[in-house]
Write a protein that binds this ligand. Structure first.
Ligand SMILES: [Zn+2]
Length: 313
C-alpha cells in the first residue's frame, strides 16, 4: 500500500504555522509528524475497522506528544506538542527519546462500544530488543507490528514541507483476512515470522526505496522501479471523498462541555482575570471564546445537553 499526501499535509502545516501561540514546526518535528501521518493513514486503510486509529508518541525530550488521529473514512488530523528548543539537526531520539523513556502507542477506538468496553491499545518503547534507541518512525512501527501482531511489516516513510508519503508491505496473516485487530496472534503466524521467501524478497526490494524517491516520484514510477520483475495487480487509488483528507472533529459544544467539567468555580476564577475563557484547538487552530454570559449559559443549560462526549483533545 502506498500513500502520498500533499494537500492534506500542507493544510496541517499551514494551520500550525498560522497558530500564533505555537508557530510553525521546526524541520525535524515536521518530518517526524509527517511520517506518522503517512503511517497512520496506511494502517487505518489496511484494517477494516469501524473506529478511529490513534498513533501517539509520548516523548521524554522537547517533543512531549505527537499524535495522529485517522477516522475510518480516512479523515485525519495531527499535532505535536513541543516544549523548548528542537535543533534543526535533531534526531528522533533527541526529540522524543532522550532518556530511553519515550513510548509509541497505537489505539483502536471502536465507534460503537458495548458497555464498559475499552479501546484496544498497544504500546512499544522506542528502543530495540537490545535497548538501542531506534532512530526511525518506520522501525518503531515495524517493531510494534512484530511484537503485538506477529506480522512481518516493512515500512518506508518520508516527509518534507510539501509531501508526507509512505509505503507499507505486510505479510498477510496465515489465517484470517484482518490485521492489527489483536485477535490474530496465533502460533501459526508466529512460526512464519521472517520465513516467507516471497515476503522477504518483496520486503528487501521495498526497503531499497530512497527517501527522495518516495517524496518526488509518482506511485506508478515507484512501483515500477521497485517491482519491475514482479507481476503487479494495481488497485484503483482512493480519490475525492474516500481519500485521506484533513478534518478536525472539535466543536464549540465539546469545548463547552470541557469548561463545564472544569467546574463553575474554576470558570469564574478565569473570568475574574480576563474577559473570555479562551480555548484553542491544537489540531486545527480554531480559537473558541466564552465570555461571562456564554459561561453562565453553559452552567445553567439542562444537564442532559452537557452529558457525554469527550474533550477536543
Ligand atoms: Zn480543531
Amino acid at each position: 500500500m502506498v500513500v502520498r499526501l500533499t494537500d492534506t499535509w500542507t493544510e496541517i502545516l499551514r494551520r500550525r504555522a498560522s497558530n500564533n501561540s505555537t508557530g510553525a514546526y521546526t524541520e525535524p518535528v515536521r518530518d517526524m509528524l509527517g511520517e506518522m501521518v503517512a503511517a497512520a493513514a496506511l494502517m487505518q486503510a489496511n484494517i477494516k475497522f469501524d473506529g478511529s486509529l490513534v498513533l501517539q508518541i509520548f516523548g521524554d525530550g522537547p517533543v512531549k506528544l505527537a499524535v495522529v488521529e485517522v477516522q475510518p473514512d480516512l479523515a485525519l488530523r495531527a499535532t505535536a506538542t513541543v516544549v523548548g528548543q528542537v535543533e534543526t539537526s535533531a534526531t528522533l531520539s533527541q526529540m522524543v527519546n532522550a532518556n530511553n523513556e519515550g513510548r509509541c502507542a497505537i489505539t483502536l477506538d471502536p465507534n460503537s462500544k458495548f458497555p464498559g468496553q475499552q479501546p484496544y491499545q498497544g504500546v512499544v518503547p522506542l528502543f530495540d530488543d537490545r535497548k538501542h534507541k531506534i532512530e526511525k518512525i518506520s522501525e518503531v512501527l515495524e517493531h510494534y507490528m512484530l511484537q503485538s501482531e506477529q506480522l512481518d511489516t516493512t515500512l518506508v516513510l518520508a516527509a518534507n514541507e510539501q509531501v508526507a508519503a509512505g509505503l507499507l508491505i505486510q505479510r498477510l496473516p496465515v489465517q484470517g483476512s484482518g490485521n492489527l485487530s489483536g485477535s490474530l496472534v496465533s502460533k501459526e503466524n508466529e512460526d512464519q515470522i521472517g520465513l516467507d521467501e516471497h515476503y522477504n524478497r518483496i520486503a528487501i526490494l521495498a526497503s531499497s526505496l530512497k527517501r527522495d524517491e518516495l517524496l518526488t516520484l509518482n506511485v506508478e514510477t515507484i512501483l515500477h522501479r521497485l517491482f519491475w520483475e514482479e507481476q503487479i495487480t494495481r488497485f484503483e487509488p482512493l480519490q475525492g471523498a474516500s481519500a485521506p483528507r484533513f478534518a478536525c472533529s472539535c466543536s464549540r459544544e465539546r469545548v463547552g462541555r470541557m469548561i463545564v467539567s472544569l467546574g463553575r468555580e474554576e470558570a469564574e476564577s478565569i473570568l475574574s482575570e480576563r474577559a473570555d475563557i479562551e480555548v484553542g484547538c491544537e489540531f486545527c487552530g480554531v480559537q473558541y471564546r466564552f465570555d461571562a454570559v456564554d459561561a453562565a449559559q453553559l452552567f445553567t443549560a439542562p444537564v442532559q445537553q452537557l452529558d457525554g462526549g469527550a474533550a477536543p483533545h
